[in-house]
Design a protein around this ligand. Structure first.
Ligand SMILES: Cc1cc2nc3c(=O)[nH]c(=O)nc-3n(C[C@H](O)[C@H](O)[C@H](O)COP(=O)(O)OP(=O)(O)OC[C@H]3O[C@@H](n4cnc5c(N)ncnc54)[C@H](O)[C@@H]3O)c2cc1C
Ligand SMILES: NC(=O)c1ccc[n+]([C@@H]2O[C@H](COP(=O)([O-])OP(=O)(O)OC[C@H]3O[C@@H](n4cnc5c(N)ncnc54)[C@H](O)[C@@H]3O)[C@@H](O)[C@H]2O)c1
Length: 438
């Protein structure tokens, strides 16, 4: 028997893959499906459905459209819940229909083969830990008043004034939604270079656009305390104090390991997560770890967790013995303006000028972006000088996700310029610009 401790919906391939040859059990202590479809990527993008349309209509004012729609938050939340409410039950039924047993409860190791779930004990030959991460709460006076992305993504009514602490992906994406839905939004960040994984100039552009939309940024500031007033909160920072209706801590996420009693299973972890080798094996030979819970340099994203899940399923069913080899991994910050990166970064290319050449292009006036009255569309295309192959791509625009995935294919398949010039793309479309970019 193989046993999985909590697998997100996107991680389902491993239990399904293994269920053909082994008896499999999945334990989840909260919502089956995990973070992404219940409280992460998917509900966030359900809310973005309204933001994207509103933003596009706003840009077309005076070019054929009159008046910008306002967002009705309770209706939008009902729309989102129409999706999220189906996830836990649907995921659990899907597992059971696939011949996989499910348990609901906190999993904790008794030893390296046995797991306690509530008052039951289950045992397995191999175990896979996929318990993810949870929002980090700050240890400051008034921390009990802090809300998280989980709370924000399920708000019945939108507070008038919302403060986000941190300017990482979670805060920036949710701040954008709150602002477009009509809230007065403030973001407090403890340095002046948020979103380090994205090109600095693109982040500056994003911050400027969000500021122009009315979001107030406090950089190089630190929240010291939250005090409850009659109906509101007072936020005290290094530099002063202000009142707000709702404070979201978005300062990172911690590995879900505190309930697992890892020591009983001989599994070592650091504050960054569970330690694994290049086969995703923990410090115990029978136990593997995948996804966000792992201490690793690969980005903590849903498709990365799924990829790791498929790899461990292949390993356990004898289809591979090789170490895990990650493909090129794209990252994207969603929003009315999206920033995407894949492959060699601008930072890396700049630090190796003999090896890489960077082309920086402003596409704002290109037909594709002109047609939708885009505020700013820019790309960085990074080539290896010797081979002339494209090895990196970054983009800022309202529709970056399209070209990002196309460049992801180019990089992963190692396509040459000649091969791309031999193709015919549907025209005019976002991806037909490709032949002018490569
Ligand atoms: C607001 C937000 C937006 C995001 N947006 C994106 C995005 O746009 N794109 C993207 O790729 N990624 C995004 N992510 C990241 C993505 O959600 C995670 O990378 C992904 O969910 C990780 O999957 P996982 O299976 O490792 O863990 P999870 O999905 O977190 O699943 C772990 C599960 O384990 C359960 N669990 C924990 N401890 C125990 C225990 N002791 N016993 C039993 N069960 C336990 C948890 O309840 C949870 O359901 C976002 C995250 C957040 C918070
Ligand atoms: N579009 C996406 O792919 C997407 C979207 C959201 C989340 N995610 C995933 O979720 C993970 C977690 O995101 P996150 O934004 O919660 O965490 P994060 O760690 O990526 O960002 C948190 C930010 O808060 C800052 N910070 C820390 N302490 C602070 C403090 N006391 N005051 C002010 N700022 C402080 C940090 O410097 C950091 O920049 C991401 O790394 C990513 O893997 C991905």
């Amino acid at each position: 028997m193989s046993l999985f401790l909590a697998l997100a919906q996107r991680g389902l391939p491993p239990p399904f893959g293994l269920a053909k040859s082994k008896s499999v059990l999945v334990i989840e202590n909260d919502l089956f499906g995990g973070t992404c479809p219940n409280r992460g990527c998917d509900p966030k993008k359900m809310l973005y459905s309204a933001v994207e349309v509103q933003d596009r209509v706003a840009r077309m004012q005076g070019s054929g459209l009159k008046s910008v729609p306002t967002i009705d938050w309770p209706q939008l939340m009902t729309f989102k819940r129409g999706y999220t409410s189906q996830i836990p039950g649907g995921t659990q039924r899907g597992l059971e229909n696939g011949g996989i047993d499910t348990y609901h409860g906190d999993a904790a190791f008794i030893d390296d083969h046995q797991i306690q779930v509530g008052d039951q004990v289950v045992s397995a030959d191999a175990l896979i830990i996929a318990t993810g991460r949870k929002p980090r709460l700050m240890d400051i006076p008034g921390k009990e008043f802090l809300k998280t992305s989980n709370d924000f993504l399920d708000l019945d009514d939108l507070p008038k004034q919302i403060t986000f602490i941190g300017a990482g992906p979670v805060a920036m994406e949710l701040a954008n939604i709150a602002n477009k839905a009509g809230a007065d939004v403030r973001v407090i960040h403890h340095n002046d270079r948020p979103l380090k994984q994205y090109p600095e100039k693109f982040v500056e552009l994003l911050v400027k656009q969000m500021t122009d939309e009315g979001i107030h940024f406090d950089f190089n500031d630190e929240v010291e305390a939250i005090t409850q007033l009659q109906r509101r909160y007072q936020v005290t920072t290094h530099t002063g104090e202000f009142e707000t209706d709702y404070v979201v801590a978005a300062v990172g996420r911690d590995a879900n390991i505190s309930k697992l009693r890892l020591e009983n299973g001989g599994v070592k972890a650091t504050p960054k997560g569970i330690t694994v080798d290049n086969h995703l094996k923990t410090t115990n030979d029978n136990i593997y770890a995948i996804g966000d819970v792992v201490a690793k340099s690969a980005p903590k994203l849903t498709p990365v967790a799924s990829f790791e899940g498929r790899y461990v399923a292949q390993l356990l069913s004898g289809q591979t013995t090789s170490p895990i080899h990650y493909p090129v991994i794209p990252e994207i910050l969603f929003g009315a303006t999206e920033i995407g990166v894949v492959g060699v970064s601008e930072q890396q290319a700049t630090s190796e000028p003999d090896r890489y050449a960077i082309s920086s292009l402003d596409l704002t006036h290109w037909y594709t972006y002109n047609r939708i009255k885009e505020n700013a569309a820019r790309v960085l295309v990074i080539r290896e000088k010797q081979t002339k192959r494209i090895v990196g791509f970054s983009m800022v625009s309202s529709i970056s996700e399209h070209l990002l995935n196309v460049f992801n294919l180019i990089l992963n398949l190692n396509l040459t310029n000649d091969q791309l010039q031999q193709m015919i793309f549907a025209y005019p479309s976002i991806s037909s610009d490709l032949q002018y970019l490569v």
